[in-house]
Ligand binder design. Sequence first.
Ligand code: FPP
Length: 240
Amino acid sequence: MNTSQYDRIREKVAATGLSHIAFIMDGNGRWATGRGLPREAGHRAGGENFKKVVRMCGDCGIDAVTVYAFSTENWKRPSAEVNAIMRLLDSFIGDAKREKEENGIRYVFLGDKAALAPALAQKCEELEQITKNYKRLLNIALNYGGRAEIVHACNTLIASGKTEVTEADVSAALYTAHCDDPDLIVRTAGEYRLSNFLLWQSAYAEFFFTDTLWPDYSLDDLEDAVNSFSGRRRRFGAVL
Ligand code: FPP
């Protein structure tokens, strides 16, 4: 571990109050094709790096991480690719269960589990259940879409008998009801869009975009994002 670099980042994280970072993990496919490998190899490398980045964030004092693992639109990809991502998730969940004590992470899956293979959906629920008392948080957006989430929240509120709702009601009916909104959203691989990620929760988030492809995302990249975040003046609509 590069202690002085971690110390530097930790100091900025503490000074700025950066407690929740979200990642749009883009560029796995390009990472693979650039090496003459099948796209699945890019997802494998991206999955490995995802574990490293989550550890890095924890070591930098960031309490909550959210990642966009699979969107409601990603089902349109070739079935071999979809299956490869689902297998990676399945194996990730197995590791996370075995390593829960040492990781000390609470896992929450954001999205509609009903469309997942029943065995995978059950494993997701089990992991949520057995880690629910850990303090550090990892949200994994899986079969997630921001618009679908808002519609789901509206329907939940209607079903509960409400005829009028507040912003707090909507927030409490979202998949992210258990946590604060992200402070910083990072997107890799040189794309500049949200792609239906955390539409409601991103209202006052800061954004950071990098050309780095997700499998290559490193501590240096995280430091760039934290440095940029520490230079922002967050006014939340007020005059400061
Ligand atoms: C975007 O890259 C990435 C995805 C749609 C999948 C993200 C999945 C992982 C990082 C691996 C599995 C995750 C976990 C949580 C174990 P892309 O394929 O759109 O890349 P491209 O734009 O270069 O084609």
